[in-house]
Design a protein around this ligand. Structure first.
Ligand code: F6P
Length: 364
């Protein structure tokens, strides 16, 4: 019997369970393969005793619409940067990759499918270079990988953000307020841009376009002097004013991301007040609501295709490659290529053009 190990690493993302289910269901068509999963990314392999579990059709039945991941996940640990506490209480990290590869071989595992974002796929590439048979599956709500047309989880995040804008509109209109919605997306403005267009926001501030507070205020005043005395601003967590830096990207002592949400929304509120904005302003930070809960149908469908393709790549031994969506096909691309390319919002993108065309201000 051959064994394939499934890993879910980094932040969770709606659709992860649909990928796992598809891998297991596709593998069950091949009698020679067994699927096992490691708990909390590679940590389940590295822990003593190991924590891996056999994934059969029964264990994945009906999980395609469940959020999160049945294998759990983590941003901490991992084979190359295992955290170790020094006697003085400070932290350092050690490379346990050789030991982990030995354990994987000892467990009779022939291939690894690593479902994860940018950081996880960097680990995939490094493990592949060390001789491990790894296949990558891209995962991020941010949709910022240019090696694929789309990542699962993004549509769900956009749906949540859009519904939030819809809700903010009615209360903003009732109180004649400026309501600011902060959304995720790291250094890419895709969630912000899509939610602003879908929700009909007046102003959309993105990491790719540094904003001028006076221009934001100008648009606000236009909204208040016309018939509608309220304004909706969508701001992406990586947005920054002209000449400014984004404040929420901090790391803890071991170097892991330790963000402070609400940074950009409350900073904008203060900037608007300082610039003389006379209106009532409130901010909402959507945070992890964008990542939790039931994946929308699109994400389940994409994730299912990714899982099925990943197992087919195991059968054809396309190691060192990552699953990718290039409309209308699901293909494979070298991991090395995939991890070096990012996809951020550009003016040439037609969604940007149409957003500007319908009067959304980007504060520039
Ligand atoms: O990359 C996905 C994402 O949700 C980003 O949009 C966000 O910046 C980050 O992860 C949040 O990470 P964490 O859950 O570790 O705070």
């Amino acid at each position: 019997m051959k064994r394939v190990l499934v890993i879910t690493g980094g932040g969770d993302c709606p659709g992860l369970n649909a990928v796992i289910r598809a891998i297991v269901k596709r593998a069950s068509q091949e009698k020679a393969w067994e699927v096992v999963g490691s708990i909390q990314a590679f940590n389940g392999i590295l822990w003593e005793p190991t924590e891996i579990k056999v994934l059969d059709e029964e264990s994945v039945a009906g999980i395609h619409y469940r959020g999160g991941t049945i294998l759990e996940t983590t941003n901490k640990g991992g084979p190359f940067e295992w955290p170790v506490q020094n006697p003085d209480g400070s932290w350092t990290s050690v490379d346990r990759s050789d030991e982990m590869i030995r354990k994987i071989n000892y467990l009779g595992i022939n291939a690894v499918i690593n479902i994860g974002g940018d950081g996880s796929q960097q680990i995939s590439q490094k493990l592949y270079e060390k001789g491990l048979n790894v296949i990558g599956v891209p995962k991020t709500i941010d949709n910022d990988l240019s090696a694929t047309d789309a990542t699962f989880g993004f549509q769900t995040a956009v749906q949540v953000a859009t519904e939030a804008v819809d809700k903010l509109v009615t209360t903003a209109a009732s109180h004649n307020r400026i309501l600011i919605l902060e959304v995720m997306g790291r250094d890419a403005g895709w969630i912000g841009l899509h939610a602003a267009v879908a929700g009909g926001a007046d102003i959309c501030l993105l990491p790719e376009i540094p904003y001028d507070v006076d221009k934001v205020l100008e648009k606000v005043e236009e909204r208040f002097t016309k018939d509608r005395g309220f304004a909706i601003i969508v701001i992406a967590e990586g947005a920054k004013p002209k000449g400014g830096t984004t404040s929420q990207k901090e790391t803890d002592e071991v170097g892991y991301a330790n963000k402070k949400y609400g940074g950009v929304a409350s900073a904008l509120k203060e900037q608007l007040k300082e610039a003389g904005c006379p209106h009532d302003i409130r901010e909402t930070v959507l945070g992890h609501l964008q990542r939790g809960g039931i994946p929308v149908a699109y994400d389940r469908v994409l994730a299912t295709q990714y899982g099925s393709k990943a197992f087919e790549m195991v059968l054809s031994e396309e190691y060192g490659h990552m699953v990718s969506y290039r409309h209308p096909d699901i293909i494979s691309v070298p991991l090395k290529e995939a991890i070096s390319q990012y996809n951020t919002v550009e003016e040439s993108n037609y969604l940007m053009k149409s957003a500007r065309g319908i009067g959304i201000s980007f504060g520039d």
